[in-house]
Structures are given as C-alpha cells and as structure tokens.
Design a protein around this ligand. Structure first.
Ligand code: ZN
Length: 293
C-alpha cells in the first residue's frame, strides 16, 4: 500500500503527546506497546500507536518515556498525611499502646495548623513521587491540609475528624463538627477536593455524636469514613459493652449504607461481612498498617 503524504489531513494541534514504551489503561485491561497518550484542553483525547499519533498530531509539548510504563494515577484510599512528621516514633507496638502512649500525647503537644500543613505537604510530595494522584485523608486542621493539597496539586477526599475528647483542634464532638464543616465551606468549590465526615472510630465516638454525624452526612450528602474493627480487642470490647459488634452498633445508629467507608475492617464476623454487603458499604484494607500495629 502506498500512502500519499500530500493527501493526508493536516495534523491536529494538541497540548501534549506522551510517547511511552508501555501504556496500561486499566480499562480496558491489557498493555499497549509503543503507544502515545494525546492530551488537549486538560483531557485525554486519544491513545494511539506512536507511529500514527506522530502523523496525526502536532503537540505543543512532547514527552518521550522510552523505558516506562504509563498508567492512571494510583489512589491512596486511607491516610493521615500530616502524620508523616511522626513517622517512626513508635514501631512494633500494639495499636492501643501506639495511640495512648505514643501518638495521642505527641499530637496534644505538637499538632497545629502549621504542623498539619507542613506534614501534609511532605506526604503529598511523597505520594506524587510514588504515582499516587488522589488520596482519602483524615486528620486535625483539615483547612491546613487543604492548603497543602492545593499547593501540591494532588486530588483529595478530605475527612473532617470527629472525636469525643479534646485535642488542640477542638474540645468536643460539636466543636469538631463546627470546625470541619467550616473548612468544607471554605474549600467546597475547589475542583480537586471532596469531603467526608471522619469520626475516628466507634470506640472513641459515642452514640449521640454518631447520631449528629448521620444527620449532617444526610443533609450535606457527605460520605462517612471511620476506622472499623481494626483489632480483636475493639470487637470484644464492643461485644461486652453493647452486646453487638461495632459495625452492628453503627448500623443501628443509621451510619451504614453506600456512603459509608469502613477503614481496616479486619476483625469481622460473618454477620458483619453480610451487613457490609447488604448495605453496599465500602471497605478499605490497610495491610501495611495492620502489619505495623
Ligand atoms: Zn487511619
């Protein structure tokens, strides 16, 4: 076959072409070899074999990745980004000891808007270097975290924390909710951000606080994310105190549903697994964390 160059349509100007040795689009499954990603106006307009992309497009910017795999950004589905500044302070201890003897006392002493901004900025940089372009965060001073996320350019689901005990951020559940919702109001038009209510855990947040959280979540159409059944002790304590699992308790309080994100969800009974499925809840496993704590 002969190709008449003169008869070919003029190449289309576009913003960016990225030639990659391999492209893994995820959907559809498979690996594309020697292909080019074509971007214009902030959107992917084509993924084509490099040879044809070079004929069809004239990019304003051209990137060549001759030994790389190009794939969509990874998502970190659970993080406390600012805690990057506390990394390594207490390894190889159980969760209860880690929280009560090491983390919470240091947070009471050090956590401030500057701490959260700087720690989140460090973590966001690390995530971007690792190919993560979106994360689901929950930590104190979400307004400071939002500033860091905007600076870094990463997308974020920003969790608005709720606890029943005082910290430098707030004194009680109402205070946490007020501060969190103010942060959400300040940033809700930022296109790379979404928000969630993020009560710490069933064992650190009482029923009356959960009831308020459910009302706000429904009124504002916000997801609820929480640490759930992270340890066997948490499950056993709940069975003793409430005669039901933490998840069954949250279900009774109206927390479960498609907008509920259960983080960890390690120590589940069969009835918990059924409940999560029936209510179309989301589960985020954190094997690295569970190996550490
Ligand atoms: Zn966590």
């Amino acid at each position: 076959m002969t190709v008449s160059v003169a008869a070919s349509p003029a190449p289309t100007p576009v913003d960016l072409c990225v030639d990659a040795r391999w492209i893994v689009p995820i959907e559809p499954a498979g690996v594309l070899v020697q292909h080019t990603l074509v971007v214009d106006g902030g959107r992917i307009v084509a993924v084509a074999p490099t040879a044809s992309a070079q004929r069809e497009y004239t990019p304003r910017e051209h990137v060549s990745l001759p030994a790389h795999v190009l794939l969509p950004g990874l998502v970190n589905a659970h993080t406390h980004a600012a805690m990057a500044l506390l990394r390594g302070i207490a390894d190889d201890v159980a969760l209860k000891v880690w929280l009560e003897q090491h983390v919470w006392p240091r947070e009471a002493r050090f956590v401030s808007p500057d701490f959260v901004h700087d720690g989140t900025l460090v973590a966001a940089g690390e995530m971007l270097l690792g190919g993560i372009t979106c994360c689901a965060d929950q930590y104190f001073f979400p307004d400071a975290a939002a500033r860091a996320y905007r600076q870094s350019g990463i997308r974020a689901l920003i969790g608005l924390p709720v606890l029943d005990f005082p910290t430098p951020y707030a004194t009680d559940a109402d205070g946490y909710l007020q501060a969190g919702l103010a942060a959400r109001d300040a940033w809700k038009h930022e296109p790379k951000f979404a928000f969630a209510l993020a009560p710490h855990a069933p064992y650190t947040v009482g029923d009356s606080s959960w009831e308020k959280i459910v009302v706000y979540a429904r009124q504002l159409d916000l997801p609820i994310q929480t640490h759930l059944q992270e340890t066997r002790d948490e499950l056993e304590q709940s069975l003793r105190a409430h005669a039901m699992s933490p998840l069954a308790r949250l279900d009774r309080l109206g927390v479960t549903g498609p907008n509920f994100i259960a983080v960890h969800a390690v120590h589940l009974r069969d009835s918990d697994v059924e409940l999560l499925a029936e209510q179309s809840c989301h589960v985020v496993h954190c094997p690295g964390s569970n190996l550490k704590l």
